[in-house]
Design a protein around this ligand. Structure first.
Ligand SMILES: Nc1ncnc2c1ncn2[C@@H]1O[C@H](COP(=O)(O)OP(=O)(O)OP(=O)(O)O)[C@@H](O)[C@H]1O
Length: 250
């Protein structure tokens, strides 16, 4: 059996008396699309924040490609390929889609977002930015200001910005949030295409998307992984069914 690309071992994060992740363990194999599901408040976002390095665990370890990164800074994790989807708030509304993607390329090259230097004077960076924009299907919207994009298109732009980081592991926290049926379906198709080339950890409430995309699914309940398996296994798992009873998803 090959080693996991991402391994989470007994992660604990407490907020006061509440353990948001409570001895959480998880393994994601290289090339896999692994979905993380669970009722509201189960600790999914807290787990992703610990993987990204934004929140430090109280206990436990995180390994990326065999390296213990539990104490590694968020910046170093990003540079070593761990990329969380940008939130809409990190998109610059008055910049074009492609300029936003260029800033993400620039960030990968070690410059801060704050130094808006000459990102768009650098031909190579612009080519990379265009490639990312085209990968997410926004090629013909490249010159549109981010503020004039639809909600769905802005989420596509966030994805382009993550891809511009050349990630080895994509952490996607609810990429379909706030989307209508049509946009969700488009994002699902886009991710189905991307999953061929990336290792993805996907947190998502949209079960149609989860079951369409995931190679394996882990179920988080009260901060702990209660089951991991194929989508078919998870659908049939009695513990999972019980955990969801009374927890309607939004
Ligand atoms: N910064 C914080 N301070 C205090 N409590 C927090 C903090 N962040 C999260 N929590 C609590 O930790 C628990 C897990 O929250 P988290 O957002 O990780 O769950 P989730 O599974 O992502 O939920 P959802 O599906 O609703 O997004 C919740 O009870 C939440 O209220």
């Amino acid at each position: 059996m090959s080693k996991p690309f991402l391994e989470v071992r007994n992660l604990v994060k407490r907020f006061g008396g509440l353990a948001a992740t409570n001895n959480c363990s998880l393994e994601v194999m290289r090339g896999e699309t692994h979905a993380l599901i669970g009722p509201n408040g189960a600790g999914k976002t807290t787990l992703i924040s610990q993987l990204q390095g934004q929140i430090r665990p109280d206990e436990g370890h995180i390994f990326l490609d065999g390296q213990d990164i539990t104490e590694t800074s968020m910046e170093r994790r990003a540079l070593s390929g761990m990329a969380r989807s940008f939130q809409i708030s990190s998109v610059f509304p008055k910049f074009t889609a492609i300029a936003n993607a260029a800033l993400a390329v620039q960030a990968r090259k070690g410059d801060s977002f704050r130094f808006l230097g000459a990102a768009w004077l650098d031909r190579a960076m612009m080519d990379e930015a265009r490639e990312a924009i085209e990968l997410v299907g926004l090629g013909d919207r490249a010159e549109v200001l981010a503020q004039d994009l639809s909600h769905g298109e802005r989420r596509q732009l966030e994805l382009a910005m993550v891809l511009a980081m050349r990630p080895s592991l994509l952490l996607l926290d609810e990429p379909m949030a706030g989307m209508g049926k049509q946009d969700s379906a488009r994002m699902t198709r886009l991710l189905a295409d991307l999953k061929k080339n990336y290792t993805i950890l996907l947190v998502e409430h949209d079960m149609n998307a989860v079951f369409a995309l995931a190679d394996r699914v882990s179920v988080l309940v009260a901060g702990r992984t209660i089951a991991t398996g194929s989508p078919a296994d998870i659908r049939a798992n009695d513990d999972v069914k019980a955990a969801y009873l009374g927890h309607r998803q939004h």
